[in-house]
Design a protein around this ligand. Structure first.
Ligand code: NAP
Length: 326
């Protein structure tokens, strides 16, 4: 099969399109024919050797994808050959075929195509779990989303709105802010040209926001933490800007602030009931039209390095997808 191969840790341009073979699926595993794969920031971290997991070379990156079940391993009873599925592969989705544990495969909701399905699990899964399970966001509360037009950011707006909260979206360009608005944001802030904290104070009548969703890190995090109301919660999602923020404990004490870490992958592997419940509500929200992936650009398999470069240069809006067969 054709596959993008990582033979050394490095930048996207070190990846090559090559040929690879997969074994039969083992106990509890399924082989899928990948039709589309989502591009995630974590793919960049993985190919640079900076991820928790460091696979042996050569391997194919690609955290999530969608396609049909090709073969079923021993012990798998809930899937059949030909089923249309989306999958969290961890690695291996940038290839024509992938082997995935059956507990990381989900049926594609009625009406969803392979492109939307390929970008559905990670971003929506993270935002739903972060806001509902970890943050306990309430309908009467206000949520501030940083990097709001990015992969996970846009899904946090939709999930926040689906919960009933008021959502303030912060991003770096007017084009990104327009996208955030079209996805339901009640207020938008350009955090490069406006003072985040003062605009938040103005919009919330001086109170501050109840929750911050932060996939960006870096300089914006401190200002966002200072924008929290009493008993605010700060959700740590990721560090796309590179720098890992730290918060002075005195600020947290005075305002009774909770800083909450979220690692969605841990829930997927260790809290399967919570994970499945979260995923099933997301699929219901999709069927009800409350969430709908924004795929802004499609790339062929040979263009995976280009897609990853678009992501790392902050040019992506919503999600980028790999059309494996194009
Ligand atoms: N905790 C979890 O379980 C979990 C799950 C999924 C993803 N994540 C993490 O969440 C983060 C975002 O992932 P994503 O896939 O949504 O990425 P993305 O689509 O690239 O979005 C990241 C956003 O960060 C902002 N940003 C600020 N400085 C940046 C820089 N120097 N380079 C790139 N982006 C920059 C950009 O928005 P502006 O231009 O508007 O500032 C961009 O839209 C990553 O760190 C990822 O690992 C964590």
């Amino acid at each position: 099969m054709r596959a993008i191969l990582c033979n050394e840790w490095g930048d996207p341009d070190t990846l090559i399109l090559g040929e690879s073979d997969l074994p039969e699926p083992g106990l509890g595993e399924v082989k899928i024919r990948v039709r589309a794969a989502g591009v995630n920031y974590a793919d960049l971290v993985l190919i640079r050797g900076q991820y928790q997991e460091k696979p042996d070379f050569p391997f194919s990156p690609g955290l999530e994808g969608a396609g049909e079940v090709l073969e079923i391993g021993e012990g798998v009873t809930n899937l059949s050959v030909g089923d249309k599925v989306m999958a969290v592969t961890s690695k291996g989705a940038f290839a024509e075929e992938a082997i995935v544990p059956s507990n990381s495969i989900f049926s594609i909701p009625e009406g969803m195509d392979y492109f939307d399905a390929a970008v559905f699990p990670v971003a929506y899964g993270t935002s739903h779990l972060a806001l509902k399970e970890r943050g306990n966001l309430k309908p009467e509360e206000t949520l501030l989303v940083l990097g709001a037009a990015g992969g996970v950011g846009l899904t946090a707006i939709e999930c926040g709105k689906a919960i009933g909260a008021k959502v303030i979206a912060a991003a770096s360009t007017n084009e990104k802010l327009n996208l955030a608005k079209s996805y339901g944001a009640d207020h938008v802030i350009n955090y490069l040209t406006e003072d985040l904290r003062s605009v938040v104070r103005e919009v919330t009548g001086g109170k501050g926001v109840d929750m911050v969703y932060d996939p960006v890190g870096g300089d914006f995090s401190f200002k966002a933490m200072r924008s929290l109301a009493q008993q605010g919660r700060y959700l740590i999602i990721g560090f796309a800007a590179g720098d890992i923020p730290s918060f002075p404990a005195n600020y947290l004490l005075i305002k009774n602030i909770s800083v909450i870490g979220i690692f969605w992958g841990w829930y997927r592997l260790n809290q399967t009931e919570t994970f499945r419940k979260s995923f099933s509500e997301l699929c219901k929200w999709y069927r009800e039209g409350l969430v709908s992936p924004h795929v802004s650009q499609k790339f062929s398999l040979s263009e995976v390095p280009e897609a990853l470069s678009v992501l790392e240069t902050r040019k992506a809006m919503g999600r980028l997808v790999i059309d494996i067969d194009s």
